[in-house]
Design a protein around this ligand. Structure first.
Ligand SMILES: [Zn+2]
Ligand SMILES: [Zn+2]
Length: 118
């Protein structure tokens, strides 16, 4: 059911309003509707917590921890971080293995590394 909140969804897809289950809002209008509907349901707003990973996720306060631990967007963010770290390490390995010491001229990179080490 988390998929229904995904950002990459069909803009015409209908999403149930967290404030009023009778509201079915098109995905493209969902953020606007939330702002509007929130004003009509101040008591609901107090009961709902906003997901830190996606402001469209309005979850009952008692469920926010469960939601955070299973939020699809968190998974995306974490995967992004992992991917970035991996690709960074790959880049580094590539540079290191491709790097050949220049035959005579001073390499400023080497000088920098030496300064950091000593
Ligand atoms: Zn609504
Ligand atoms: Zn979320």
């Amino acid at each position: 059911m988390e998929e229904s909140y995904a950002d990459s969804m069909d803009p015409e897809k209908l999403i149930p309003c967290p404030y009023d289950k009778n509201h079915q809002i098109r995905a493209c209008r969902f953020p606007y509707h939330l702002i509007k509907c929130r004003k009509n349901h101040p008591e609901m707003e107090r009961q709902l917590a906003t997901c830190p990973f996606n402001a469209r996720h309005q979850v009952p306060r008692e469920e926010i921890n469960i939601h955070i631990s299973s939020c699809d967007d968190k998974r995306c963010i974490e995967e992004d971080i992992v991917n970035q770290a991996n690709s960074y390490r790959r880049e580094e390995a590539k540079i290191l293995s491709a790097w050949q010491p220049p035959p005579c001229e001073e390499d400023w990179d080497k000088g920098e590394a030496a300064r950091l080490l000593f």
